[in-house]
Design a protein around this ligand. Structure first.
Ligand SMILES: [Zn+2]
Length: 57
């Protein structure tokens, strides 16, 4: 059982990434540990993206 747990931990460690991407330019803003590979979208600090997020319509 211990061996199994180690394998699972390694797999999880490898896949244990939630990527935070800017929804406008697609740049990688950061990573957070998640349960599996996931993508999250936000707005990065760059000026064009901030403008886009503010001037929505
Ligand atoms: Zn951006």
């Amino acid at each position: 059982m211990n061996v199994n747990k180690i394998v699972i931990n390694q797999v999880e460690r490898k896949l244990d990434l939630g990527m935070i991407l800017c929804k406008y330019c697609g740049c990688l803003m950061g990573t957070i540990p998640t349960n599996g590979v996931k993508k999250f979208y936000g707005v990065c600090q760059s000026e064009p993206c901030q403008q886009l997020s503010k001037g929505g319509h």
